[in-house]
Design a protein around this ligand. Structure first.
Ligand code: ATP
Ligand code: MG
Length: 252
């Protein structure tokens, strides 16, 4: 059975998608069988995996509405060696349409149940909101990975997310736990970043990954080529950091 990890933070632009795509590729490069689920209408993980969101017909939207099975929707991210359940703009409407449906919180969980034996890891790239899509991600997952930038408001947002995780645990998914906190876009010369990083370690102890993702231009460039950074510039600090994260995750 796969380990299913939701990559979530309701704060925008903290590195959720960058982590989803590059950790998928790094785990795959270590011989793991990986499925990446794009659960964000922005479809950045889809584009970053080399699939064009404007031309794709079947996406996670049909899966959530029960119109298609995962088998018919998944594609191979050729440049990443992992499978992808893509998203497109349609997904923005799914929230409203799902309100009418039964078991609307657990539709992704049910859909993934059919394929999870085929994978070692399923990563779910959540949108920057605590909405029904993210809730589907959290209900389907065993654990939550929280990417965050080490800046002042990061800690405030974290308590909202931790409260949401508690509510999901109480109502839908009793064994959900925090996989780890990932420091992203880190600049060691920034004093505030260092201070927030220390506070994080004081509060969350070994829940904070030892691996730190540095700010690295290669990571920002790679999605423009529709590939993970590993296939754009393997020697870059960004690529090496995500390879290290994959190792840390597997040894946990
Ligand atoms: P959203 O909340 O909109 O889904 P996100 O949390 O998924 O955003 P990303 O899209 O991964 O965040 O990253 C936001 C921006 O920062 C992107 O342009 C991305 O290329 C860039 N970025 C992410 N991580 C790094 C990094 N370590 N170094 C440099 N740029 C980065
Ligand atoms: Mg994103």
């Amino acid at each position: 059975m796969a380990k299913i990890i939701a990559i979530a933070n309701q704060k925008g632009g903290v590195g959720k998608t960058t982590t989803s795509v590059n950790l998928s590729a790094s785990l795959a490069a270590n011989g793991k069988r990986v499925l990446l689920v794009d659960l964000d209408p922005q479809a950045n993980a889809t584009m970053g995996s080399g699939t064009d969101k404007r031309t794709i017909e079947l996406t996670v939207y049909q899966v959530l509405l029960g119109d298609s099975a995962v088998n018919d929707v998944r594609v191979t991210a050729i440049q990443g060696q992992y499978d992808l359940i893509p998203a497109s703009r349609d997904l923005a409407g799914a929230e409203v349409e799902m309100v009418e449906l039964k078991q609307r919180e657990t539709r992704l969980k049910t859909a993934l149940g059919i394929v999870d034996a085929e994978y070692d890891y399923v990563l779910i790239d959540c949108p920057p909101a605590l909405n029904l899509l993210t809730l589907n991600g959290l209900c389907a997952a065993h654990t939550v990975m929280i990417p965050m930038q080490c800046e002042y408001y990061a800690l405030e947002g974290l308590s909202d997310l931790v409260n949401t995780i508690k509510k999901v645990r109480a109502n839908f998914n009793p064994t959900l736990r925090i996989e780890g906190l990932l420091r992203t876009m880190f600049d060691p010369r920034n004093i505030l970043a260092q201070q927030v990083s220390e506070q994080l370690q004081q509060h969350f102890g070994d829940k904070v990954y030892r691996t730190i993702i540095p700010r690295n231009v290669r990571l920002a460039e790679a999605p423009g080529f529709g590939k993970p950074v590993l296939y754009h510039d393997k020697s870059s600090k960004g690529a090496q950091a995500y390879l290290a994260l994959a190792k840390e995750l597997c040894n946990y």
